[in-house]
Design a protein. Structure first.
Ligand SMILES: [Zn+2]
Length: 269
């Protein structure tokens, strides 16, 4: 059995039979990995490397067909402790961990996801700007990777470009179609409304401003650490965008049910 080395960020760490821990991490090259860390509780061999958010170099052994790898060593690179004293940022970091726990297995290129996740944690330590803009940008990256990137550049009905609308224009976000329609089409056309009769209509459309859609559109092509400082819409507008993104996640990633995210209740959203 060969020892494997990889960079890992701890997403979840739970005690097992008093002395051991089962640690699940996002790794740079192996996606999501769950490891048995034997005698982790008493011995200090792992230091703080098994704490949630800790980024370490893991040495582990993988047996064929085994669910858990055996963690041999973990050398801490960055503990990401800087946001632990800030309740909002800690809650948000926990939410990012919860989100990535659900989507990582389906994402093959874990290197990109690993970088986004570690850069998001780095921003939570030292960044300035609106936290929820970081969360929205993060979800945007997840939607991109899962092949569910929303269509944001123009109105779904009349193809009017986003840039032609005033920033304060109230757009209607269409969850099932992963796009939006402009105020004009909303008042004139009822195609979308008619087609969705019988479905839970109130969950399929949500009002969002043109400015926050522009923020979101920008964030898809921006490194995650720069997303909050480039955001121009208000916190309230970003909360509205988050509701729309929750709908997109629930509708387009069937394994993903946002209402079951425990950390959400700690955020004022
Ligand atoms: Zn339109």
């Amino acid at each position: 059995m060969q020892e494997v080395r990889d960079l890992a960020i701890v997403l979840r760490s739970i005690p097992f039979e008093e002395r051991h821990r089962i640690v699940t991490a996002l790794t740079e090259h192996h996606g999501l990995v769950s490891a048995m860390a034997r005698n982790a509780v008493q011995s200090r061999r792992f230091g703080g490397a098994l704490e949630p958010f800790a980024a370490s170099e893991w040495h582990f052994v993988q047996k064929p067909n085994a669910e858990l790898v055996r963690l041999e060593q973990a050398h801490i690179r960055r503990s990401f402790e800087g946001f632990r004293g800030n309740f909002d940022r800690l809650a948000l970091a926990s939410l990012l961990n919860e989100i990535v726990l659900r989507v990582a297995p389906s994402i093959e290129n874990s290197g990109d996801l690993f970088r986004v996740h570690s850069n998001a944690l780095a921003w939570l330590e030292e960044g300035t700007g609106i936290e929820i803009a970081l969360l929205n940008g993060y979800i945007g990256k997840i939607l991109q990777w899962s092949g569910n990137q929303p269509l944001l550049a123009s109105c779904m009905e009349c193809q009017r470009p986003l840039g032609e609308l005033p920033p304060e224009a109230a757009l209607v976000g269409m969850v099932a179609d992963a796009g939006w329609i402009c105020p004009n089409c909303r008042s004139q056309g009822t195609r979308h409304v008619r087609e969705r009769q019988g479905q839970s209509f109130e969950h399929s459309v949500l009002k969002i401003s043109a400015l926050v859609i522009a923020d979101f559109y920008t964030s898809l092509g921006t490194p995650i650490r720069q997303v909050p400082q480039l955001a121009r819409a208000s916190k309230e507008e970003h909360i509205e965008l988050f509701r729309f993104l929750q709908g997109l996640l629930a509708y387009h990633l069937p394994s993903f049910e946002p209402s079951t995210l425990k950390s959400l209740r700690f955020l004022a959203l």
